[in-house]
Design a protein around this ligand. Structure first.
Ligand code: GDP
Ligand code: CA
Length: 321
């Protein structure tokens, strides 16, 4: 079976780790592909940074810093201090030395003419990831945030201002001329199951779906599409995704996010939706809106709970075939 996940970042990484664990335990040999958000990417000190991809890469490779929750384990910051001294990198965006190695390799390949897809392939080939990472698109579609003081890059809003400046909206630059990468297209067309990770719906999954043609690939896919809520009991559980939801007028609730995605039978992108047990009352109204909803434990605390969640998502998908 081919399982295709859409997402990007730390929430997606936890989910895919659980999915990989489940597949390994079941011995099914199922193949996992992840269509990764690239709209978090940006240029710093002449280097292309890809935070969502790298979170997935490091987590699946087992070289991530599990205490900090991002970046490489055993990291140092000597180069970053030099860049700050030269004034070529903002002092609010720290780049570890090992992490910089990835960014230098990526940038060198891009400068040499490689596509983003090819860069993903080369970076992923270093470790046995147990999943294939493909970019949503090969074009640059960096997310920008509209604020009262003008438009700023998503990373400046998210990291420098910790999402504390009111956001009026989000837009991906040059997205109208982007198209799904060949790998993303193949992963969606060939999927037996499509899963929406519990990633940030506005700035991680939203930009993937904003690539012209991507929504149609999801909508027209033969596979059932099941999403997992990143919201539990009205809170985002980790991070600041509620600031993004508020900016676009979506309530921070499992129900509102499902309605934001919408039922595939009614013009949206999901057939099924997993909410936490504490959000079980959302099931009836969502079922009425055409979304098959199940309440299961959604906290991913360790390999067991994450694998269990992945199994629940696949079980719902099986019901919908
Ligand atoms: P980012 O790009 O690094 O912010 O990561 P993502 O967009 O992939 O995911 C961030 C989201 O993951 C958070 O806003 C949470 O809503 C969600 N998340 C994190 N941990 C958990 C968890 O244990 N369970 C669930 N259901 N969602 C989680
Ligand atoms: Ca992200």
């Amino acid at each position: 079976m081919r399982i295709t996940v859409i997402g990007g970042g730390v929430g997606c990484a936890r989910f895919v780790l659980g999915l990989r664990e489940h597949v390994r335990r079941s011995g099914s040999g199922d193949e996992i592909s992840v269509v990764v958000n690239t709209a978090d990417d940006w240029w710093v000190s002449g280097l292309r940074i890809a935070p969502d991809h790298d979170s997935l890469l490091y987590a699946l490779a087992g070289v991530n810093d599990t205490e900090r929750g991002w970046g490489r384990a055993g990291e140092s910051e000597r180069v970053s201090a030099e860049l700050a001294a030269w004034g070529t990198a903002p002092d609010w965006f720290t780049l570890g030395d090992l992490d910089l190695g990835t960014h230098i390799a990526r940038t060198a390949w891009l400068r040499g003419g490689a596509t983003v897809s090819e860069v993903f392939r080369r970076l992923g080939a270093r470790w046995d990831l147990g999943a294939t990472l493909v970019p949503a698109t090969d074009q640059e579609i960096d997310t920008h945030v509209q604020t009262d003081g003008g438009e700023i890059h998503f990373q400046e809003w998210w990291v420098r201002h910790r999402s504390q400046i009111p956001a009026r909206g989000f837009a991906q630059r040059d997205v109208s001329s982007a198209e799904p990468s060949p790998g993303a297209r193949a992963a969606l067309e060939g999927a037996d199951v499509i899963l929406l990770a519990p990633s940030n719906p506005i700035v991680s999954i939203g930009p993937v779906l904003a690539v012209p043609g991507m929504r149609d690939l999801v909508r027209e896919a033969a596979a059932p599409v099941v999403g997992v809520s990143g919201i539990i009991d009205g809170a985002v559980v980790r991070g600041m995704a509620d600031a993004c939801l508020a900016a676009v007028g979506v309530e921070t609730s499992a129900r509102a996010v499902a309605e934001h995605y919408g039922a595939r039978s009614r013009g949206g992108v999901i057939d099924g939706w997993l909410v936490d047990e504490t959000d079980a009352p959302a099931a009836a109204p969502l079922e009425a809106a055409g979304i098959a909803t199940r309440a299961v434990p959604l906290w991913m605390r360790d390999p067991d709970t994450s694998a269990r969640l992945a199994a629940d998502a696949l079980a719902l998908a099986r019901e919908l075939v």
